[in-house]
Design a protein around this ligand. Structure first.
Ligand code: NAI
Length: 302
């Protein structure tokens, strides 16, 4: 049996922690000793309105159970204020779970720029703002654990979620590079694509009550907490998690085809090689840009 993973002395910011998944992350981290900034704007699922109630209730729950937490009601778009609040309350920042989110689902032909911008501002820009404000403190402390929240909609696509999917995959891209830039300061940045019953997934009711009950957000929190622990040495990784199931995701690539450089490459050359270009037999799984570039270098004989 592994010793209990504890977070004593660690300060965590969990954005969008007034309900759904974020609430479970905040409860779990606080129950194991972390001091938690429970951030939530308290608006609707589409991003309208604001209320302190959601964050307050979670803080009450944490303190009633003997944990330590403060409520923060700023939008993640003002991530610097959330970080300042954490510093004022607890003097440091060790953990960030970028979790806040909204939906503006519409098919692309009906999507307005406002639908695009609103989803961008909460998911991608919000995570940028919080993380960017905390980054210098984490670098200075030589420690950080950051989790970005992606989605299967980003990884695989989902009808009616062009805006959301784009931002969710963008978060993975952000994490990929932050993982590299943070590594020497022991700042680790990983990404999850969760699936859970929440107000955001009410539309999945057709899956039936049994499946929906299995998708309790409480079953996602342990993976997030593990990624936020000092003993976890994963960095730049991606996980799908929900309903008690958890798995790592990685990129896969075909061996590819090197066309002769002795003459101009034509679309017909591409067509004639299509089966080979797309043949996943003996596929490879590049982990870094250097890995990815190596196949070309090998083929060029350099
Ligand atoms: P939720 O709607 O219960 O939680 C999101 C929270 O973010 C809400 O409490 C909301 O008030 C807060 N929030 C929204 N805009 C904010 C802002 N500007 N600043 C601060 N807080 C803000 O939904 P859920 O399901 O718990 O979602 C959590 C995260 O997980 C989101 O990023 C969502 O996109 C992602 N996700 C959820 C999935 C699921 O199956 N529930 C699937 C894939 C991703």
């Amino acid at each position: 049996m592994t010793d209990q993973l504890r977070y004593d002395g660690r300060v965590a910011i969990v954005t969008g922690a007034g309900g759904g998944l974020g609430r479970q992350y905040a409860l779990l981290l606080a129950s194991r000793g972390a001091q938690v900034v429970v951030n939530d704007l308290g608006g609707s699922v589409t991003g309208g309105g604001a209320s302190p109630r959601a964050a307050d209730l979670v803080v009450e729950e944490i303190t009633a159970a003997g944990g330590e937490a403060v409520a923060n009601y700023d939008s993640v778009e003002d991530g610097d204020k959330i970080v300042q609040h954490a510093l004022d309350a607890y003097g440091r920042i060790d953990i960030i779970v970028n979790n806040a989110g909204i939906l503006r689902d519409r098919t692309f032909h009906k999507m307005s720029q406002d639908d695009w911008d609103a989803v961008y501002r909460v998911h991608l820009f919000g995570a940028f703002k919080v993380t960017h404000a905390a980054w210098p403190h984490m670098r200075q402390n030589g420690y950080g654990r950051i989790v970005m929240t992606s989605s299967s909609s980003g990884i695989y696509g989902n009808f009616g979620q062009a805006n959301y999917g784009a931002m969710k995959l963008g978060l993975m891209g952000l994490a990929n590079t932050l993982a590299l830039e943070g590594a020497k300061y022991d700042i680790q940045v990983n990404t999850i694509a969760p699936i859970a019953k929440s107000r955001m997934t009410e539309g999945l009711g057709y899956l039936g009550p049994e499946v929906m009950d299995a998708l309790d957000p409480v079953r996602v929190a342990p993976l997030v907490a593990y990624l936020c622990h000092e003993s976890c040495q994963e960095n730049g990784k991606k996980y799908e998690v929900g309903g008690g199931w958890m798995a790592e995701v990685r990129w896969e690539r075909t061996q590819g085809v090197m066309l002769p450089l002795s003459h101009a490459i034509t679309p017909e050359d591409v067509a004639s090689k299509w089966d080979e270009i797309t043949d996943f037999t003996d596929s490879t799984r590049p982990k870094t840009s250097a890995d990815a570039f190596m196949s070309l270098q090998k083929n060029l004989g350099t």
